[in-house]
Design a protein around this ligand. Structure first.
Ligand code: NI
Length: 188
């Protein structure tokens, strides 16, 4: 947070098949795999272009499993006016978490690594991750979407307070399972 690449609109990609884009996607995949997050945007590794990568394994969400979804020059539009709040975290704001409203259902389109159009509808957690990552392409970090900053703070400080039961549902572990490190459901 504070790096110029995270606070300005990123540039569109001219050629999704260019070797530079291929290398960028490899770097992003490595970074995401090492972070334990579920999404990453290119500006988060200092490259100010419109590329996002989403990877939601079954262990991180009961709603949607999305493996290595690449979206280049993505566009989102909401499909329903309804929003819902949930805890988010971001690899660019380590140790912090906040309660963020997002549209429940969004349409998306973009290009894949072959330059082909991909489009679909995302709901719930997948929709949330896409909104979080695409915000990075416009210099928007999740605290800028929050309505109540009293619900923004350090994971370790906030966890013992307030709606513990709700926070325990950050992930989608079976009821009664314990979170090992207090990682919020969305880290991207
Ligand atoms: Ni993020």
């Amino acid at each position: 947070m504070g790096h110029p690449a995270l606070s300005r609109p990123a540039a569109a990609v001219d050629d999704p098949t260019a070797p530079t884009v291929r290398r960028l996607l490899d770097d992003m995949a490595d970074t995401l795999a090492n972070s334990g997050g579920v999404g990453l945007a290119a500006p988060q590794i200092g490259v100010s272009v419109r590329v996002v990568l989403v990877d939601i394994p079954a262990a991180r969400s009961e709603e949607a499993t999305v493996r290595r979804q690449i979206l280049i020059n993505p566009e989102l539009h909401w499909m329903e006016e309804a929003q819902e709040e949930a805890w988010e975290a971001c690899l660019s704001l380590p140790e912090l978490t906040g309660r963020v409203p997002r549209f429940r259902c969004v349409g998306y389109e973009g290009l894949n690594a072959d330059g082909r159009l991909v489009a679909g509808i995302a709901r719930g957690f997948h929709a949330r991750v896409l909104q979080h990552e695409c915000d990075h392409l416009n210099g928007v970090l999740y605290p800028m979407r929050m309505r109540d900053l009293s619900r923004f703070g350090f994971v370790e400080e906030m966890r013992p307070n307030g709606d513990v039961a709700e926070r325990e549902n950050w992930g989608s572990r079976p009821v009664g399972a314990r979170r090992r490190h207090g990682r919020p459901a969305l880290s991207g």
